[in-house]
Design a protein around this ligand. Structure first.
Ligand code: XIL
Length: 391
């Protein structure tokens, strides 16, 4: 098991039990290590000198980047290497189809990234499409790719209103019935991978944009306690993983992130097993909130981990070179914010290349949100992230 895999599986915040006390010590040790690594100046300097030479060759205007799919791995300048030198992970969401069939996709997913999230294959509809019928084939395939490439794994997701098969609502018609369903789902899914995953989105997207509770079946049957119940079940099933609440449009200080903050603060004060808050960060070029870092910081000040979990920065059509450069600057802003907040564990981008992005289906008026283009060529955003990670 690689250092990355082991180290990032540690919780920074822990609760009362003996085991958690031990984890707390380990977490402190780990964050000390992280700080030490951050201050390993000579190493970073050497990396930066080597990187500058490479950058001079590759940081050229659009259209003249090198033809190799993952151009920097050979120089130790992959995003995962650079991120590791700064004490964070750099991750990607993947799908099993191209991971099995497309060697460029495999090379980039394995070579550039140190953390893997299943884009769809750990969701409820994927793993338990009908009551009691579990299917882990795709999830296991992705996990073995991650293990072969010494990558940490982020579980996405246990309790979410979307991509939820209709039987959950049909059968979860009382608090007791829904509790039983949740208990079985979380116990089976998180329990199966106990010890293998660094972190889990125990709860995804609990909020409406105005900061009110989303009226999911979980909320309507169980009230707001469903969050604590889900976190507790996930923690019981896999106590070594960090358990997160994750949402979108919580990336700056606003009504929705205030609701998340108030919940997080209250869960922390109650000693609920919440370890982190995830910021999906599905953003639009030119519209990164100015208080992005400040927002991460306030959650970190609660003693929680934070992570950028689903980063993509889509460009309103038509795509121009100017907008691609804006996008590059925006990626840099987000990555720099994570580097600046010591509780930030890392950044995950939501897809390997523009060709596979969900934006193509969900936001057809926008385009090209990722670091690699349709032909797996690195974009200005890729080089900007590289440069930012070099520091
Ligand atoms: C998206 C996937 O990328 C798509 O392939 C799928 O059709 C819908 O879900 N927030 C989340 C992710 O938490 O799970 C979503 O992923 C994007 C928004």
């Amino acid at each position: 098991m690689s250092a990355i895999f082991t180290e990032t599986r540690v919780k920074r915040r822990c609760n009362s039990s003996h085991v958690k006390g031990k984890l707390m010590l380990f977490a402190r040790h780990s964050s000390d290590l992280r700080r030490r690594r951050r201050s390993r100046f000579p190493l970073r300097l050497a990396a930066a000198v080597a990187a500058a030479a490479v950058a001079a060759l590759v940081a050229s205007p659009l259209g003249s980047e090198p033809a190799s799919a993952a151009p920097t791995q050979a120089q130790g300048e992959s995003l995962r290497d650079l991120a590791a030198q700064r004490g964070i992970f750099f991750g990607v969401a993947v799908s099993p189809g191209p991971l099995q069939n497309d060697s460029s996709y495999q090379d980039i997913a394995g070579g550039e990234f140190s953390s893997i999230t299943h884009e769809n294959d750990m969701k409820w509809e994927s793993v338990q499409p009908s009551p009691g019928q579990f299917n882990f084939d795709n999830a296991d395939f992705i996990n073995s790719f991650a293990q072969d490439n010494s990558q940490r794994i982020h579980g996405h997701t246990l309790v979410w209103h979307s991509q939820l098969p209709s039987w959950v609502e049909e059968q979860g018609t009382s608090p007791e019935a829904l509790r039983e369903i949740m208990n079985n789902h979380i116990g089976t899914v998180a329990g199966r991978y106990a010890g293998q995953y660094s972190s889990w989105d125990a709860v995804n997207e609990p909020w409406e944009d105005d900061g009110s509770w989303r009226q999911s079946v979980f909320y309507t049957q169980l009230g707001e306690d469903y969050v604590t119940e889900a976190l507790t079940l996930a923690d019981q099933a896999d106590p070594g993983a960090s358990h997160y609440i994750n949402d979108y449009n919580t990336d700056g200080v606003n009504a929705k992130s205030n609701a998340m903050y108030n919940l997080a603060e209250s869960l922390v004060s109650q000693g609920a097993p919440l370890d982190g808050v995830g910021f999906q960060s599905h953003l639009i070029a030119g519209q990164v909130p100015g208080d992005y870092q400040q927002n991460l910081e306030r959650f970190a000040e609660l003693g929680l981990e934070v992570a950028v979990t689903e980063l993509d920065i889509r460009i309103p059509r038509p795509v121009t070179q100017e907008k691609l450069e804006q996008q590059a600057e925006d990626y840099s802003t987000v990555v720099q914010a994570c580097l600046n907040v010591s509780a930030c564990q890392g950044v995950t981008v939501w897809g390997v290349s523009d060709q596979h992005s969900w934006v193509n289906d969900w936001f057809p008026e926008d385009a090209e949100p990722l670091l690699f283009d349709d032909n797996y060529q690195p974009k200005p955003a890729y080089y900007a992230v590289q440069e930012t990670l070099r520091g």
